[in-house]
Design a protein around this ligand. Structure first.
Ligand SMILES: [Zn+2]
Length: 83
């Protein structure tokens, strides 16, 4: 579930909100009635950082292990496409 950043256009207050992509957007901040914008929050950034870290780790593995990992990933992808 992604975290969204909601900066308030009126007062500049900014808060994070956990919600599903299918959930309705927050439009106004109850505390001040100001309009809100929605930005992808830090929760998503952590995920990107995490996968970058993983890729970095993989690139340092011996070639043999990396080939094995690539094979596993391909099998996984194929299995999920078939479903
Ligand atoms: Zn506000």
């Amino acid at each position: 579930m992604p975290t969204y950043d909601y900066p308030c256009v009126e007062c500049g207050h900014r808060f994070e909100h956990f919600q599903n992509m299918s959930d309705a957007l927050l439009e106004t901040r109850p505390e001040c009635g100001g309009k809100l914008r929605r930005l992808i929050g830090t929760g998503a950034a952590v995920i990107f950082k995490g996968s970058g870290f993983l890729l970095d780790r993989l690139s340092k593995l011996p070639a043999e292990l990396r080939a094995q990992q690539a094979l596993l990933r391909t099998r996984y992808a194929v299995r999920h496409q078939a479903v």
